[in-house]
Design a protein around this ligand. Structure first.
Ligand SMILES: [Fe+2]
Ligand SMILES: [Fe+2]
Length: 229
């Protein structure tokens, strides 16, 4: 199979994988929930805790984050292998995003030809989308329910993270569409649209990962692993 054929097959696989994942999600009522906890948010107003607006966890969710600052996590006796593995997954997502942006800018700057760029984009985007979808699924189904049950004061934080996942899923869907558009026809205009989308998504995901880590790791340290295995 020539290079174009190989790319075509991966493009076809990328879209159904994303759609299957998105169809399995139900869009919850995190907005209503947060409105009842912190402040009444009329439906037509933008929530300052939305992923694209907030600048960190609200004070009401920082009691353990302040007790266990990031600098002491790895030397704490309850910092275990699973926590290390989970943080390493976050690191991998950050690296994959950096590589995707770097490859895209390289193509736009004329440092890579279309064929090489398409090959890298297909491989990196496929890995990023699939791995991040799987990661969200495990957190939603397994980690978050256990962690939320450990400390009722922080249960609302997991509603916030769930709301983030929905926002990120919508972003992933858009990224898959723009990636496929570039893979079909790697023109400058479509590639620039993808670059802008990648940079915007990196900011959203980074906000989510930081807040998630500052909610989850302190619970694990406070509650001796929090029952995760
Ligand atoms: Fe997450
Ligand atoms: Fe995560």
């Amino acid at each position: 199979m020539d290079q174009r054929g190989a790319h075509g097959r991966q493009v076809e696989e990328l879209i159904p994988a994303t759609d299957r994942f998105l169809r399995g999600r139900t869009f919850g009522s995190a907005r209503v929930f947060w409105g009842s906890v912190f402040h009444a948010i009329p439906e037509d107003m933008e929530d300052p805790l939305d992923l694209d607006r907030r600048t960190g966890l609200p004070d009401a969710l920082r009691m353990l984050a302040d007790k266990f600052p990031r600098e002491i996590w790895e030397t704490h006796p309850e910092f275990n292998a699973l926590t290390r593995f989970w943080l390493d997954r976050h690191l991998m997502f950050r690296r994959l995003q950096g590589m995707l942006i770097e490859e895209t800018e390289g193509f736009l700057d004329g440092r890579a030809d279309a064929r090489r760029y398409a090959s890298s984009l297909s491989r990196l985007a496929g890995t990023f989308l699939n791995e991040l979808q799987g990661h969200h699924g495990i957190e939603d189904a397994h980690y978050f329910p256990l962690l939320a049950a450990r400390d009722a004061r922080l249960a609302a934080g997991f509603e916030l993270l769930d709301s983030d996942h929905h926002a990120l899923d919508a972003g992933l869907h858009g990224l898959a569409d723009r990636t496929n558009a570039v893979l079909r026809k790697p023109e400058t205009a479509a590639t620039e649209v993808l670059r802008i989308d990648l940079v915007r998504f990196r900011a959203l995901l980074d906000r989510h990962l930081i807040d998630e880590e500052e909610l989850v790791v302190p619970i694990i340290l406070e509650y001796a692993g929090a029952g995760l295995s």
